[in-house]
Write a protein that binds this ligand. Structure first.
Ligand code: CP3
Length: 349
């Protein structure tokens, strides 16, 4: 842990802060010319696997935007490789898993003893943590078991999650074994990141919103809770993020995560109310609002700050990642706006 007293880490623990911390999912991505310049020379996986490059991209994004945390540059799917499930990125389809998991024998074959081979991510974390010292906290991350399993079973992105749900309903034991194996690998992987200096871990359950709440509770919550508990043993607070989760929020809170990441579909204060006004909340501007004009953008940002009403435990973010064509100047201006307009009055802190 490198910056335990930073406003971002304090907000994750619902402690008072001088102003609302802000960072953005996918803050290091194709919308940034500096990132595109490096991507011209290296593939996405080459950057992820070269700690010096991954650290450089991580640091550059945080410094250009002047945000309150740096998220390590990596990809959600890296653990698939060390489980012996190769994948590549296709320019039109996104990630493609070469041999999707469909049967018990496919699940049985997956390795769980090679998480150490992901040490290159921890090495990048360590470089970033040394660079920033106590000035800026570092966010490590991993996929949640459901979202990782959905890529493994579908073979890539999906619209209806047909194969994933089919396995969940028709082969519940195989599905559960898959989730159990993913928890084992993801917990070792994220714990390595904390040992290397990550202050907080974000667990991405990007596609969990496709589930009915009863199915989430029955097939997914128990393993996700296991993952969160194991990560918390490393000492780092956990942010648990998903999209389309308005109906799942109460159940997601039962994982025990300190922070719940909200998408834009539900107003922040209503989301908080669903959570019994307990714990911290991260979010939740629609990333497409960054394409609007400056005045409209800032009015939406202000509306979120108004809904948070200066309560402890709000971390400003988008409701999902920054999109590739996003105007960089708007992203910078948004970070500056939040920093400037969220100061607490002296009596509050
Ligand atoms: O936030 C950051 O700045 C850190 C970097 C980061 C990347 N991927 C790098 C990346 C993070 C946090 C991720 C997480 C990730 N990866 C998720 C969960 C987040 C979410 O959006 O819900 C998922 C689902 C993935 C899998 C993945 N990787 C997809 C679906 C894609 C898109 C494919 C495409 O062609 O756009 C990627 C590629 C990817 N990972 C990019 C980046 C910057 C963009 C592509 C590139 O540079 O070639």
């Amino acid at each position: 842990m490198s910056a335990p007293d930073s406003r971002f880490v304090r907000a994750c623990k619902s402690l008072p802060v001088d102003r609302t911390p802000v960072w953005f999912m996918r803050q290091a991505g194709r919308y940034l010319p500096e990132y595109r310049a490096i991507r011209k020379l290296h593939s996405l996986l080459e950057i992820c696997k070269a700690p010096r490059l991954a650290a450089e991209v991580t640091i550059a994004a945080a410094e250009i935007l002047k945000v309150d945390a740096a998220i390590i540059f990596a990809d959600l799917l890296l653990p698939l490789e060390v489980m012996d499930l190769p994948f590549h990125f296709s320019s039109h389809e996104g990630p493609v898993i070469e041999h999707p998991i469909r049967q018990r024998s496919d699940v049985a074959r997956l390795r769980t003893d090679c998480a150490g081979d992901l040490a290159y991510v921890a090495e990048a974390v360590s470089t970033v943590a040394k660079h920033f010292g106590t000035k800026l906290p570092v966010i490590g991350f991993c996929g949640a078991p459901f979202t990782l399993a959905s890529y493994m079973i579908e073979g890539g992105g999906s619209r209806h999650y047909l194969h994933t749900k089919k396995m969940m309903y028709a082969q519940p034991k195989d599905f559960d074994l898959l989730l159990e194996k993913l928890v084992l690998v993801a917990s070792q992987y994220a714990t390595q990141q904390v040992r290397a200096g990550a202050d907080v871990i974000q667990v991405f359950d990007s596609w969990v919103g496709c589930l009915a709440v009863e199915d989430y509770r029955r097939y997914v919550l128990p393993r996700t809770r296991d993952l969160v508990k194991q990560l918390q043993q490393s000492g780092a607070p956990v942010i648990y993020f998903g999209t389309d989760t308005a109906t799942l929020l109460e159940a997601m809170q039962e994982t025990g995560a300190e922070v719940i990441g909200l998408d834009w579909r539900i107003p922040l204060d209503q989301g908080w109310e669903k959570l019994g006004n307990r714990g911290a909340l991260q979010g939740n501007l629609d990333p497409v609002v960054l394409f609007a004009d400056r005045r409209y953008l800032m009015s939406c940002a202000q509306a979120i700050l108004d809904r948070a009403a200066g309560r402890d435990g709000h971390i400003f973010n988008l409701g999902h990642g920054i999109l590739p064509e996003t105007p960089v100047e708007n992203v910078k201006a948004l970070a500056a706006y939040v920093a400037e307009h969220s100061a607490r009055s002296a009596s509050v802190v």
